[in-house]
Design a protein around this ligand. Structure first.
Ligand code: ADP
Length: 913
């Protein structure tokens, strides 16, 4: 029960204060009371606290003996009721009576609340006048008399009512009314505030229960970005206890986030007061978040956060793998492809990406020779830093980790968290450590690139400034990426190999073709000069050289001279005029039969005296022996303007080329020599023939004179001739005839050989010609009792011939047959022909000719040994002349014979149409 000390409403029984002092004292007392009430109310937070304060302070301020406080409420069925929540100074029965009152006008509390006015009842008389019957029924039995009922009203909302009762009568003057109204207003405001606060608190509690129950993280932030609420899930996600975060600014809870996309978008949502939705990576917590921010009534934001890291990574990864596959399939130039791949990886799966390739794929030699084909970072200056680092730092190939290990063991390496400790262990110098710290790599994955069991290189991805850390799932992705890249590289390499093989084949075919063409051209060359021209104009040009020279040994083999050159200036040729064969130049080796290939000027200078003429600073040279199958007689020197690596097949080609050149030169050389010899022989023969012709001609005149005078004497013109003398004269005449015939033969042959015999060829009836011969031979045949038989007489066949010359040939053959056939033998003359030729045969049953002589009897002046033939006469020119004549008519004379079984000479002639 509230205290009654310090009652301020004066009892009716006491005299009203009339003095100013009394009034002032009372006013001061009331002001103190109001202040005390206000203080107590302001300290009260909940409606309950306010109820306590307003009731207790009200009783005290009024000096009331009893009272109650009723709240305006609604009953279950919606009707207005007054529910007593505080009371003091009443017995249980009275309290029970007032616990729940239905509003009823004509009762002080109901009137006060319903009409929002003070109801003051001062005395029993007052009761009876205003509320007849109530004093006796209710007030008096409780032991009270005066009553004050105060409505607690805010605006037009009645919140509660306060009733204070006094034991005796009271007078409520205007001051007292004002005092009471003020008390009522203070209480009303306090109660209203407390209720509003309470409602809000309840609402908040309710919301928090809802928010706390949802699966998504949820935070509420006020206009200052202070976190006013977080659910458990949010605390979990942000990684700090709720208690440490509520009340702190978002930026303090997640340092750096205000600059990130997450912070920027939150500020936008706050400023625009519009709901927004986005996905972003929040580096501070290394998560991908789906963010939904809604403006809240208090001007702040309610933000729902969903952790989508797993899905996002998986999506990123699969998107990246699709993109990577596209990049990998885009080109067969694998270096460009790998650079594109590296670019695609940054920043999607890495801040850094680098790709190192083994110089030769599959090569497991240690340490490996690597080529960095790609290094990517979004900032080119960072790339430059790393390149500097690489230049300065020597790789420790024995390192048990990192790239050396990946390449050595062919396994992936996954370092999710690079600590400073790791950096210190890796660094090879203070400078290196400093640079590693500067790079601030946070996480790294290195995977080998391989295909079909062949190690090709390694792929490295690193995280740095994005502060992300790799997880096992990333390793799986990078390994998959490496697998695809390995296959793509392998395909590209295979394709390149195929291209190379094809190129080599085409080149080889082209070279063979060139070589064949050169051989063909050189085969037609008749002189050394022509061959040399072909060598410099075709061969040297064909191999893509800029200059070339053929150096040939002098006759004594001690010096070399330029024979032909292309691309050499005059002064260079002057300097090369007399080079000793053993001078320290590559030709020295070439003269020993060894080809020399010099890829660069340095190589030349390291092995030989500086070149007489410096072709170019980077010249390459091939110096090749020239030989015709034996000892080299010179060298072919080919010069290239640029350094030039001579591949095995090119070396083979050049050596083959030089061989062709050497053989062509040798052949041309022999051809020239042979032609000179032949001309010489021909000249000698011609001189001999001319001599013979002249001599025979000159001999005929005196011989004719000898014959003529012998005949005159024998005819007895000079006087009588004895029988003996006649006999001698006849011998002289026979010898003269024989000699003349000899000389005629020689003259004929000489004329024939000199080409001075004219032929009058036409279609000749061979049978007629043969028939005409018989009478001419009759005396000789008769002398030796030989028979001449002509066969195939019926055949009429015409041959292309000069009739006189044909007769001469046949007479010759028939004379020989007679000459070399013993008495009583037989000679057969026959004609035959085929489609193109006519054959006239002279067959005898004579002594025949030994096989070894058959080839020689047509040569001039050849006669078989007298011993064999037993025949004296003859010059050995008959057959030579006969064959020359037959050949001159387009025919020939051939022989078949064997000793003892006769000989058959055949004259073949062209058949006339
Ligand atoms: P010649 O008869 O003036 O000696 P030829 O040139 O006519 O010169 O003949 C060359 C040689 O061929 C003869 O010396 C002879 O040894 C041989 N010969 C030519 N015809 C016959 C033949 N019918 N039977 C055998 N030997 C022959």
């Amino acid at each position: 029960m509230a205290s009654r000390a310090g009652g301020t409403l004066h009892p009716v029984s006491s005299r009203p204060a009339t003095t100013a002092t009394k009034i002032a004292t009372r006013s001061q007392e009331r002001a103190r009371n109001l202040l005390s009430l206000a203080t107590a109310l302001s300290r009260s937070v909940t409606p309950d606290d306010v109820a306590d304060a307003m009731f207790a302070e009200g009783l005290r301020a009024l000096g009331a003996d009893a009272g109650w406080l009723a709240l305006v409420a609604e009953s279950d069925d919606g009707a207005l009721v007054f529910r007593m929540i505080r009371s003091s100074g009443y017995d249980r029965e009275t309290e029970n009576r007032y616990r729940l009152i239905e509003p009823q006008s004509g009762r002080p509390l109901s009137d006060a609340i319903l009409f929002r006015r003070l109801v003051l009842v001062e005395s029993r008389a007052d009761w009876d006048a205003r509320y007849p019957g109530q004093f006796a029924a209710v007030i008096e039995p409780a032991g009270y008399e005066a009553l004050a009922a105060l409505p607690v009203v805010v605006g037009d909302r009645a919140l509660a009512g306060l009733v204070f009762t006094f034991r005796g009568p009271r007078i409520f003057d205007d001051d007292a009314r004002t005092y009471l109204e003020t008390i009522g207003q203070l209480c009303a405001q306090a109660l209203d505030r407390a209720r509003a606060f309470d409602a809000e608190r309840r609402e908040r509690e309710r919301t928090q229960i809802v928010l706390g129950a949802i699966a998504d993280a949820c935070v509420a932030i006020d206009t200052e970005f202070r976190l006013t609420y977080l659910n458990e899930r949010a605390a979990e996600l942000l990684g700090k206890p709720i208690g440490t975060m509520v009340g702190t600014r978002m930026w303090a809870a997640l340092p750096g986030v205000d600059d990130a996309e997450f912070g920027r978008l939150l500020r936008d949502a706050m400023a625009t007061r519009r709901a927004t939705e986005y996905e972003t990576y929040v580096a501070q917590i290394e998560r991908w978040l789906a963010v939904r921010a809604f403006p809240s009534e208090d001007g702040g934001l309610v933000v729902f956060l969903q952790d989508i890291t797993r899905g996002r990574r998986a999506r990123d990864a699969s998107e990246f793998l699709v993109e990577a596959s596209r990049v990998l399939a885009s080109s067969l130039d694998y270096e460009t492809t790998l650079q594109n791949l590296s670019s695609a990886a940054v920043p999607r799966i890495a801040d850094w990406c680098s790709i190192d390739m083994l110089q030769s794929p599959g090569d497991r030699s240690w340490p490996p020779t690597l080529r960095r084909v790609a290094l990517t970072h979004q900032n080119p200056q960072r790339v430059a830093l790393v390149e500097r680092l690489r230049e300065r730092v020597r790789t420790d190939w024995s390192s048990p980790s990192g790239l050396p290990r990946v390449l050595r063991e062919g396994v992936s390496e996954y370092t999710p968290d690079i600590t400073d400790e790791i950096r210190r262990a890796t660094a090879t110098s203070d400078e290196h450590l400093e640079m590693l710290r500067e790079l601030a790599l946070s996480s790294v994955i290195i995977v080998p690139l391989a295909a079909r069991g062949r190690l090709l290189g390694a792929l490295t991805v690193c995280m740095a400034e994005s502060q992300r850390r790799y997880e096992m799932s990333d390793l799986v992705i990078v390994e998959e990426l490496a697998r695809r890249a390995g296959t793509a590289i392998d395909n590209a390499l295979l394709y390149n190999d195929a291209l190379d093989a094809q190129r080599t084949a085409v080149l080889a075919a082209e070279r063979t073709r060139r070589l064949q063409r050169l051989t063909a051209i050189m085969a037609r060359a008749l002189s050394e000069r022509e061959v040399l021209d072909i060598i410099v104009e075709q061969a040297i040009v064909a191999v893509g050289a800029q200059a070339g020279i053929v150096m040939l040994l002098s006759g004594d083999g001690t010096t070399l001279r330029p024979a032909r050159s292309v691309g050499y200036p005059r002064e260079a040729l002057a300097a090369l005029q007399e080079i000793p064969a053993d001078a320290p130049y590559p030709v020295r080796e070439a003269l020993r039969g060894e080809p020399v290939f010099l890829a660069t000027a340095e190589e030349w200078n390291a092995r030989y005296a500086p070149p007489v003429w410096k072709f170019s600073a980077k010249h390459a040279a091939a110096v090749l022996p020239l030989d015709g199958g034996g000892q080299p007689f010179g060298a072919l020197s080919i010069r290239f303007a640029e350094s030039h690596e001579f591949e095995a097949d090119e070396r083979e080609f050049l050596v083959a080329l030089a061989q062709q050149c050497g053989q062509a030169l040798e052949r041309a050389h022999l051809l020239t020599a042979e032609r000179a010899a032949r001309t010489e022989a021909e000249d000698a023969n011609r001189a001999k023939m001319e001599f013979l012709a002249t001599m025979s001609h000159e001999l005929r005149t005196p011989l004719n004179a000898i014959g003529g005078y012998a005949e005159l004497i024998e005819m007895g013109v000079r006087g009588p001739v004895t029988a003996l003398q006649r006999h001698d004269l006849q011998r002289i005449q026979r010898s003269q005839e024989q000699l003349l015939s000899l000389i005629n033969d020689v003259l004929n042959f000489a004329k024939l050989e000199a080409g001075k015999v004219e032929f009058n060829t036409r279609a000749v009836d061979v049978r007629e010609t043969v028939d005409a011969l018989e009478p001419l031979l009759a005396p000789q045949l008769a002398a030796k009792q030989l028979t001449l038989q002509s066969v195939d007489r019926a055949t009429t066949v015409r041959a292309i011939a000069d009739e006189d010359k044909l007769r001469q040939v046949l007479l010759n053959l028939l004379s020989n047959a007679v000459k070399f056939t013993p008495d009583g033998g037989q000679i057969i003359l026959s004609c035959a022909h085929d489609e193109s030729q006519v054959y006239v045969r002279v067959q005898d049953t004579g002594i025949g000719i030994p096989t070894q002589y058959l080839g020689r009897i047509f040569d001039p002046f050849v006669q078989l040994e007298r011993r064999l033939t037993n025949v004296v006469s003859g010059t050995g020119l008959g057959l030579a002349i006969s064959r020359d004549l037959a050949r001159a008519m387009g025919g020939d004379v051939t022989v078949e014979s064997a000793p003892g079984s006769g000989s058959t000479f055949t004259v073949a002639l062209k058949k006339a149409e």
